[in-house]
Design a protein around this ligand. Structure first.
Ligand SMILES: Cc1cc2nc3c(=O)[nH]c(=O)nc-3n(C[C@H](O)[C@H](O)[C@H](O)COP(=O)(O)OP(=O)(O)OC[C@H]3O[C@@H](n4cnc5c(N)ncnc54)[C@H](O)[C@@H]3O)c2cc1C
Length: 335
């Protein structure tokens, strides 16, 4: 089959690779390519988030999240085990999710993360008493997106610059099947009332001698060889890509409180974070959708041709993208 994907963020590119590997011909059309996509403004680690406020996900959605997460995890494991991690910008690290009250992970998480420990801990930064600790994958985002683009092209994808400005223009896009990977901007074409942009912000601090990542509430610390990334906030209904001073202050003040209380305790070694060592501040927008990812075949919009929607991944686009891409490839094969 000849498939056209609209969108070249992490979701569109993983989908392209899955389709190509399944033997299909793929054209990707996008008006923004890396490093100019929303995906380029992410943190990011493998971590499935259902939503950051009460969502309205349909029945059975958790099973889909579990399946997408599992497929992506396997794919990343295969990538790292084959030695391609450094070239692709993917590495494993230990992550701690901190909580103020007891919190159980969803059942599928321990099935994927065989080493996950759920414990109470009286030596966490002030206010936190419980943690989940597990190894996960961290992405060097610019390198990963560049690697996805190069891999898709090497497998034969044609990647074109272009904007699809209306449903009439979408109808003119070539291919037996069209896949919609337009992220938050699906709202422009489809008027989807369930999409709500969620702004985040990242502070890139000089690297610090710390190996583990942390997350709690709407904050996180992701150490790496090039920077220690501090973030990230979930500001609903903001699609502004400009960083804000006030958001930067909120992140800085919260994360300064996360100093560890003893050498072997979870937290940031004292005295390492300094404001003068913040090199870059960047904001980004997550394509959050209150009803979860829109993943379905739409047989009405393009007369006689299926349109597969694959957008609205919120704060989990890097986590779900291989799984959604695999499902698109399986769907196209059966159409
Ligand atoms: C601060 C921050 C931290 C994050 N941390 C994580 C994390 O730790 N883990 C995780 O899994 N996720 C994380 N995310 C979320 C993740 O970044 C998103 O879910 C993901 O990038 C969405 O990818 P996408 O490909 O759907 O969208 P985009 O990257 O926005 O790609 C959309 C593509 O569609 C194209 N397009 C749109 N409309 C049109 C049109 N009309 N015509 C032509 N082309 C069009 C665009 O040009 C672009 O190429 C984070 C996000 C932010 C902002």
């Amino acid at each position: 089959m000849q498939v056209t994907i609209v969108g070249a963020g992490v979701v569109g590119l993983c989908c392209a690779i899955e389709l190509l590997e399944a033997g299909h011909k793929v054209t990707v059309v996008a008006d923004r390519q890396s490093p100019r996509t929303d995906s380029d403004r992410a943190g990011a680690i493998w971590l499935p988030l259902l939503s950051n406020e009460d969502g309205e996900e349909p029945a059975g959605y958790l099973d889909r999240v579990a399946s997408w997460s599992r497929t992506s995890w396997s794919r990343l494991t295969r990538l790292v085990d084959s030695g391609l991690g450094p070239a692709a910008g993917v590495r494993m690290l230990r992550n701690h999710e901190l909580f103020r009250t007891p919190a159980e992970p969803p059942p599928y998480l321990p099935e994927i993360l065989s080493d996950i420990q759920v414990t109470d801990d009286d030596r966490l930064p002030a206010g936190f008493e419980y943690r989940w600790t597990f190894a996960t994958y961290a992405f060097d985002v610019p390198r990963y997106l560049a690697w996805l683009g190069t891999s898709a092209r090497a497998l034969g994808a044609e990647v074109l610059n272009g904007r699809v400005g209306s449903l009439d223009q979408l109808a003119e896009v070539p291919g037996d099947t069209v896949v919609n990977c337009t992220g938050r901007r699906a709202a422009e074409l489809f008027g989807d009332p369930f999409l709500r942009p969620v702004k985040g912000q990242l502070l890139f601090h000089d690297p610090i001698p710390m190996t583990d990542a942390f997350g709690a509430d709407e904050y996180g610390v992701l150490p790496g060889p090039d920077a220690c990334v501090l973030g990230s906030l979930f500001t609903f209904d903001f699609d502004d890509e400009e960083p804000s001073q006030a958001d930067g202050e909120r992140i800085w003040n919260e994360i300064l409180r996360w100093e560890r209380v003893a050498d072997d305790a979870v937290g940031i070694p004292p005295g390492l974070l300094r404001r003068s060592r913040i090199r870059k501040v960047q904001a980004g927008v997550r394509p959050y959708r209150v009803r979860g990812v829109r993943f379905e075949v739409d047989s009405d919009t393009l007369a006689g041709r299926p349109l597969i929607h694959d957008y609205g991944h919120g704060g989990s686009g890097f986590t779900f993208s291989w799984g959604c891409g695999r499902d698109v490839a399986e769907l196209v094969t059966t159409l």
